[in-house]
Structure formats: structure tokens, C-alpha cells
Design a protein around this ligand. Structure first.
Ligand SMILES: [Zn+2]
Ligand SMILES: [Zn+2]
Length: 137
């Protein structure tokens, strides 16, 4: 069954995902008002920000400017998907397969070149250091 987001008139808290015919807030017995935001939309908004002010603004925007709202929601969806992809793309050590890696920053690269001169020149092309086996690539 489809769930919708409702807000409690009495305490101002969100009732979370309620069935469309829920009328009373379980927590305080106050009257629930439909926000017009579906549970799926709420999940996307929450991924972008957990701030209630932000959620309020999105609810208001859906009422006042549905075109702008839909535009923003499609942007949020893309953003949320990208975040998911980035998490799936964690680099692994090619030697031992460990994800316990340290990124060799540009600063430390520059520092090692300055300190060790040509001897460390080979290090400059390496980006990752494996904390597990010590391999660098
Ligand atoms: Zn309440
Ligand atoms: Zn390794």
C-alpha cells in the first residue's frame, strides 16, 4: 500500500510513513495533516538533508510550484544515485584486495620530492597506499 507523509497539527512532528487514512498521531493523539509528500519522495529528500526546515521548504514548494519541485526532485534523485555509485567505487588494493587504503595526497607527494629529490621521483605517480600490505600504486 502507498504510504504518505503526514504532519501532526498538535505537536508539529512528522508522523512518518502513514497509511493514507491515518488521522491521529500515535505519539500524542493530535490530528494528522497530509503534507502531499509520498514516502518515496521523503526518502530522497532525507538523503539530501535530514534537516526538518529543508523538508518543510520542499513541502511548501510542492504546494506552490510543482514544476520547480519536480525539477528539484529529479536533481536530488540524480545526486542520490551518484552518491550510491561513489560508494560502490571504493578502490581496492590490487595486491591483497584490501579496502584499507590511504590516499597519498599531493602535499605529501610534493614534500617527499623536496626531501628526497630524484630518489623519490618515482613516488609522484602513485596515488594509493595500502595499509594492509604496504603496496603503493
Ligand atoms: Zn503529535
Ligand atoms: Zn594491499
Amino acid at each position: 500500500m502507498e504510504t504518505v507523509l503526514k504532519i501532526c497539527k498538535k505537536c508539529g512532528r512528522y508522523g512518518g510513513a502513514c497509511s493514507p487514512d491515518a488521522k491521529i498521531h500515535n505519539g500524542c493523539g493530535g490530528e494528522l495533516i497530509d503534507t502531499g509528500i509520498s514516502h518515496d519522495e521523503l526518502m530522497i529528500i532525507r538523503k539530501i538533508s535530514s534537516d526538518n526546515d529543508f523538508l518543510d521548504a520542499m513541502i511548501e514548494l510542492k504546494k506552490t510550484d510543482i514544476i520547480e519541485y519536480n525539477l528539484k526532485m529529479s536533481q536530488f534523485k540524480t545526486q542520490a544515485n551518484q552518491q550510491k555509485q561513489q560508494k560502490g567505487n571504493i578502490p581496492k588494493c590490487p595486491t591483497c584486495g584490501s579496502t584499507n587504503l590511504k590516499k597519498i595526497s599531493g602535499l605529501s607527494k610534493a614534500g617527499s620530492v623536496a626531501m628526497w629529490g630524484v630518489f623519490a621521483a618515482g613516488r609522484t605517480s602513485k596515488t594509493w597506499h595500502c595499509n594492509n600490505c604496504g603496496y603503493e600504486w
